[in-house]
Every structure is written in C-alpha cells, then in structure tokens.
Design a protein around this ligand. Structure first.
Ligand SMILES: Cc1cc2nc3c(=O)[nH]c(=O)nc-3n(C[C@H](O)[C@H](O)[C@H](O)COP(=O)(O)OP(=O)(O)OC[C@H]3O[C@@H](n4cnc5c(N)ncnc54)[C@H](O)[C@@H]3O)c2cc1C
Length: 456
C-alpha cells in the first residue's frame, strides 16, 4: 500500500495537515492513522451516576479519536505568540500568526459562524492588573465552545472522508526509514509513504519518546506545569470574562519569585477529569450554548517546573504528584479554599454547606498532602492577588481541584521546516513539544502540509 503522505494522529495538527493537502492537491494519496475512534463514537462513560470516575478505557474518549485532545475541549483558539507554544521560534512570528488566522477562517467557515472573537487590545484590565502586581498577556481568542467545536470537526471530517483513507482504532507501532520514504506498522500490517507527518499529541508522548530513541532523533527535556483548577461563582470573574472571555494573567510570588499563571479559563463552564497514560488529572471546558452552561467559572493556576541534572524527566515528576492525588482520592481531589487555609481537609459535610456547587464529583480531601509546599504557597499568594481584581476569589467556599498537571512532551529536535533529521519525516503539534494549544498545533499542520505540497 503506497501513500504520498501518511499522517499519524487525527488531532488538530493531523486534521489541518490533511485538510490543507486535500485542498491544494486532490490527487494526493493521503492516509490518517488514529489510535482512537471516529468522532461520533467518542463517548466518555463517566455519567456522574453509575460511573463516577475514570475506568481506564482502552481508548480514552476525551484524549483519543478524530479531533484529538481538542474534540471536547472548550474550543478556545488563542491567536498569539505569547503562549500556546513556540512555533514562532521555528517559522517566525508573522507566519505563525498568519497561519493561526488562516485556521480561524477555516473554523469559522465550517460551523464556527457567529462565534465571538475576544481581544485584550485596548482593554482597561491591563492597567488594573499592573496596579495589583499582575500581568495580563496579549491575545485574541476565538471561543468556539465545546458544542460548536464538535460541529466544526464533524464538517471537516465530512469534507475529508471521501478523499483521505482514515484508519481508526489503529495505533501506529513502528516507523521505519526507507531509502525513498517511510514504512509504518499498524495492526500487523505495513504501509509505505513518501512523506510522514507525526502528530500524536500529549497522549502519544511515551510512544513518541520510543520512536525518537529508535530513530536516534535528539530530544530535550521539557517543563511540567503543576497546580489546581479553581472553581467559583461566575459573577466573581464576569467583568473580566464578559469582555475578554479568557484572561491569561501572570503573577510573580513575593516569597519565592516563582511565576504562577492562570490557564484555560472557562466562564459558565464545567470541571472535568482527564486520563493521560492512566493518570487522572483535572481540566475544564464550557459550552457556547447557554442551555448547557453552569453558574460557575473555572480556571487553572499553574506553576512551571524545569529539571536538568541529574533528574531530567519533568513529566515523571508531574505524574508522581498526580498519582499521589489519585491514591488519596481515587481520582481528582477537591478542597475548599477556606479549609486549605485553615489546614484541614474538606469533608462531604463541609462541601454540602458551601455556597459553590461543584460541577465535578471529586473526592473531598486535602491538597496540602499532595502538592509541594512551594507550589501551594505560590497558588495561595496568587489567589489573594486575584482577589484584588476579582473580589471573591479568595472566599472560603472557592473550590480547588487537584491536581491539574500540564504535561509537555519532550522537545524533538526539528529544523525551521519542522522536519526531523530524516528528510520527509515531520513532527508537529503537541507531540513535538513545540506547540501546546489548538491554534499552534493546527497552524503547524498547515505549515508542514504547505512544505510537502511545494516538494511533491
Ligand atoms: C479537556 C481539554 C481541554 C482543552 N482545551 C483547550 C482549549 O480550549 N484551547 C487550547 O488551545 N487547547 C486546549 N486543550 C489542548 C489541546 O486540545 C491540544 O493542545 C491540541 O489538541 C493538540 O493537538 P495535536 O494534534 O498536537 O494533538 P492531540 O489533539 O493530542 O491529537 C493527537 C492524536 O494522536 C493520536 N495518537 C497518539 N498516538 C498515536 C499512535 N501511535 N498512532 C496513531 N494515533 C496516535 C491520539 O489518539 C490523538 O487523537 C485542551 C485539552 C484537553 C484535554
């Protein structure tokens, strides 16, 4: 079986590669191999009643399948070089932004019409933040919402399905280098191609590491972000979220001069659990459709940790911390801010008495038994700093879910074309360590597709 291009992984990176290739050259033979299921078959069994926590499905419906980790995400496409990845370091700032706008146009024309683009440009919040030792990062953000994001993916798949060979539930096991291309092994079959795009995301991080070792592709250790997801009444942040939707705010702690930042803000959203390689962590999303919204806003507060010598495996460190919370709570833990400050665990009774109704059924517990002191101190300091621009953040009933871990894949050595040391073997999206977001991953997909089109 010979293909011009084989794409491994059908997350945003892989999808936008396939889309661009088929838009510009319908004669190309393109195959996409995906470890998970087609979009319509992706269903997480957690229903909050019969199944309350993760049961470690063979293929995690949240992380794997058409749409990748982004399928049930909030669909926040941040158009910025300030966060979300370092794509600009490879391809330049202007091209990175142009590609993110191009991706936005495609999303809007495939079901995202009518969704709002928010921007920090000209907002007065920058000043308010500065006056309170907080820094608001610049960005434009298109909020598709989980519902519209799904429709966009559905429409793109319908456009691609007759032109591209999709192999679902078919994880690629091996990549071999041939004199004129690549041979991949999946489900005991082999498939050859001239060019290969690897876009396996965070869930494919372990596999990516193995492939890099086998093919002797150099990698560098990356950081891990650790922290909690904060949930509070939406009114507390509504003045910010109504204007900006998502505000990326950074704080430098007075005690240790560590940077703590807000991440993935979901107004009127829900907190969810997430399974990465068997480890349960917390995340969040929200719907564009008002009928599906909640009364709460959630966002993460994260601290970055880098390791160099002699310990290098930042992800392993993050996993060990997450495993602690899984050990104590059977999954995600939740604690009231007031209980954390008073040095006591949260109980079912204290949760029930609180004014904030949790959107995730997590185990009430004590996060100070899980998170290192330095990280927890930083988070507490930032909660008080945020309380100055959004009074109510530091209320006793504010809920903290833990742990939120943002794993970053080790960074693969790539050139300015996102090509590995093998000609025609491209590594893109979150799996490359270069991107950490929907917009950057998608843009990297379009970028390599254009390079391939220029060569084939
Ligand atoms: C709950 C949640 C909410 C999020 N919300 C946002 C948000 O609002 N905004 C934002 O910018 N980012 C968000 N993110 C992050 C975003 O989803 C990712 O940055 C993005 O999906 C990365 O795209 P990708 O294509 O690189 O990888 P992924 O989306 O991870 O896709 C990789 C695909 O490769 C497949 N795969 C892995 N290994 C193999 C293999 N060996 N063979 C075949 N297939 C394989 C996987 O099954 C997966 O489908 C969120 C993530 C989660 C989990």
């Amino acid at each position: 079986m010979k293909y011009d291009v084989i794409i491994i992984g059908a997350g945003p990176g892989g999808i936008f590669s396939a889309y661009e290739l088929m838009q510009k050259n319908k004669n190309l033979r393109v195959a996409v191999f995906e470890a998970g299921r087609p979009l319509e078959q992706r269903k997480c069994p957690i229903d909050g009643r019969k199944i309350k926590s993760c049961i470690n499905c063979q293929s995690c419906a949240i992380m794997n399948g058409f749409g990748g980790a982004g399928a049930f995400s909030d669909g926040k496409y941040n158009i910025t070089n300030d966060f979300g990845g370092t794509l600009y370091e490879h391809i330049g700032r202007d091209e990175a932004l142009d590609l993110m706008h191009y991706v936005d146009d495609i999303n809007v024309s495939h079901g995202g019409q009518g969704t709002k683009m928010y921007s920090t440009a000209g907002t007065g919040f920058k000043k308010t933040c500065m006056q309170n030792k907080l820094k608001l990062l610049d960005a434009s953000v298109r909020h598709l919402g989980t519902d519209k994001n799904y429709i966009v993916l559905e429409n793109i798949f319908n456009e691609l399905k007759n032109q591209v060979d999709f192999f679902f539930m078919t994880p690629v096991e091996k990549i071999e280098v041939l004199p004129e291309g690549y041979c991949i092994t999946a489900d005991r079959n082999t498939y050859e191609c001239r060019k290969c795009i690897v876009s396996v995301g965070r869930s494919g991080s372990k596999w990516m590491e193995k492939i890099c070792q086998e093919l002797k592709i150099p990698t560098m250790s990356n950081r891990v972000d650790l922290g909690v997801r904060v949930e509070l009444p939406a009114e507390v942040f509504s003045h910010l979220t109504d204007e900006l939707y998502e505000s990326k705010i950074v704080y430098r702690t007075e005690k240790f001069e560590d940077k703590v930042r807000t991440f993935c803000m979901n107004p009127y959203g829900s907190v969810v659990s997430e399974n990465t390689n068997g480890i349960i962590t917390v995340n969040g999303h929200s719907y564009e459709d008002k009928a599906l919204q909640t009364n709460n806003t959630n966002f993460a507060l994260l601290v970055s940790k880098h390791f160099s010598e002699p310990f290098k495996d930042s992800n392993d460190y993050g996993e060990s911390i997450a495993r602690l919370s899984n050990m104590l709570g059977g999954g995600v833990l939740v604690q009231r801010f007031g209980d954390l400050e008073k040095g006591r665990r949260t109980t079912e009774k204290r949760m029930a008495e609180g004014f904030v109704t949790p959107t995730l059924a997590a185990a009430p517990g004590d996060l100070s038994l899980v998170l290192p002191k330095r990280i927890l101190d930083g988070i507490i300091e930032m909660i008080y700093a945020l309380d100055k621009i959004a009074p109510g953040t530091a209320n006793d009933d504010t809920l903290l879910y833990g742990v939120e871990v943002k794993f970053y894949n080790m960074e693969v050595e790539l050139d300015e074309r996102l090509e590995s040391r093998y000609k025609g073997l491209y590594i893109i999206g979150d799996g490359s360590g270069v991107t950490h977001s929907l917009s950057h991953a998608s843009a990297s997909g379009v970028f390599v597709a254009r390079n391939i089109l220029a060569e084939i």
